[in-house]
Each structure stands twice: as C-alpha cells, then as structure tokens.
Design a protein around this ligand. Structure first.
Ligand SMILES: [Zn+2]
Length: 186
C-alpha cells in the first residue's frame, strides 16, 4: 500500500521542532506553496532544498524539500478511534487470515453478544473472514485475532506508518525518516 505523491508537486517534508516528522502515515507533507508561505511567516526553518526554484522579477528561491517547525507541536497522546487508525494499528491485514484484501471490521465479541465498538474489541478483518465468523464468539468460531486488539499510542501508529512509505521519497527526506530505525534495528 502506498500513498500517491507526485514529484512534480515538489512536496515539502514537515518536521516538528524535534526533527521528527509530524506524522508518518500519511507522511506530513505540505505543498511547496504552503512551505514558502510558512518560511515568510517565520514559522519554519529550511533544512534542505530542491534544485528547482521559483522566480519572479524581484525574487528567486529554491523550493524547500525539508522544513522544521520553530515551535514544538505536542502530539496527541492517544490517536483518534477511526476506521483508518484501526487499519493502521492492524497493518492493513485481516487479523484472522492475514489477507490485505477486502478489509472491513470485525467485532471480536459480536455486538449481538454485547461487544462494544472500541479499540479493544474491533479488528481489521477481510470480508470472507467477517462473514465466516458471523455472530459467533471467537472460540466458537475457532477464530482468534492474531493480535489482541488494544488502544495504540501515537508512537505505535507512527511505527506502523513507516512500513507504508509514500511512492515518492526525496533523498533529502531519508535522514529524517529512517535514521533512528538504523540506530535501533528491530
Ligand atoms: Zn481474513
């Protein structure tokens, strides 16, 4: 799974004041227009540039490829409970068979048995597995999720997001996206 990013748009990677991306998935990117606006508003520092420049009769500037915010933005401690974030926690894989196709959601304890729609009871599941499990309890169906569902931290989702890089990664971004994973191989 990739996010389509067009190189022609010369997107700018946006880092927090601690030099980490604001988010990994989707990767925090701005259009070069927004990046230049932020430079003039003195909100960001340019860390790397594209060769490409914008020019007017009175002005010339290379497009920023990496900027960092001057003011640290405190990340939320707990990510929102959304469909997307459940998929991201479960790495876009059915928690019963591992398939990445036809993903939907399954209540581990069925709603008909009092199961709630919460981080702890909802997992990514493909349509065939979802149908097969139906309204049965996990043991009765013989279907136990690979990973016990849990409320992820922002850090958990960032780590999973890194597994799904966008299709375009400018070379100047790589230091900021992957240096810590090289220092701390898992
Ligand atoms: Zn499945």
């Amino acid at each position: 799974m990739t996010i389509a990013v067009s190189q022609d748009l010369s997107p700018t990677l946006v880092l927090n004041a601690d030099f980490r991306p604001l988010s990994y998935y989707p990767l925090s990117l701005w259009s070069w227009q927004d990046a230049i606006k932020a430079v003039f508003l003195d909100r960001v520092t340019i860390l790397a540039e594209y060769d490409r420049a914008v020019r007017s009769p009175t002005f010339s500037m290379r497009l920023p490829s990496v900027v960092c915010l001057k003011t640290y933005v405190k990340p939320a401690r707990h990510p929102a409970f959304t469909r997307f974030n459940v998929f991201l926690r479960d790495r876009f894989q059915c928690q019963y068979c591992g398939s990445p196709h036809e993903l939907t959601f399954d209540h581990v304890i069925p709603r008909s048995k009092g199961g709630l729609t919460t981080w702890e009871n909802v997992v990514a599941a493909c349509s065939p597995c979802n149908l097969k499990k139906g309204g049965l309890m996990p043991k009765a169906a013989g279907m136990i999720p690979h990973q016990t569902p849990y409320q992820p931290s922002v850090h958990d989702l960032h780590n999973n997001g890194r597994l799904f890089p966008p299709n375009f990664l400018h070379e100047s971004w790589l230091d900021y996206l992957y240096w810590d994973s090289e220092l701390d191989p898992e």
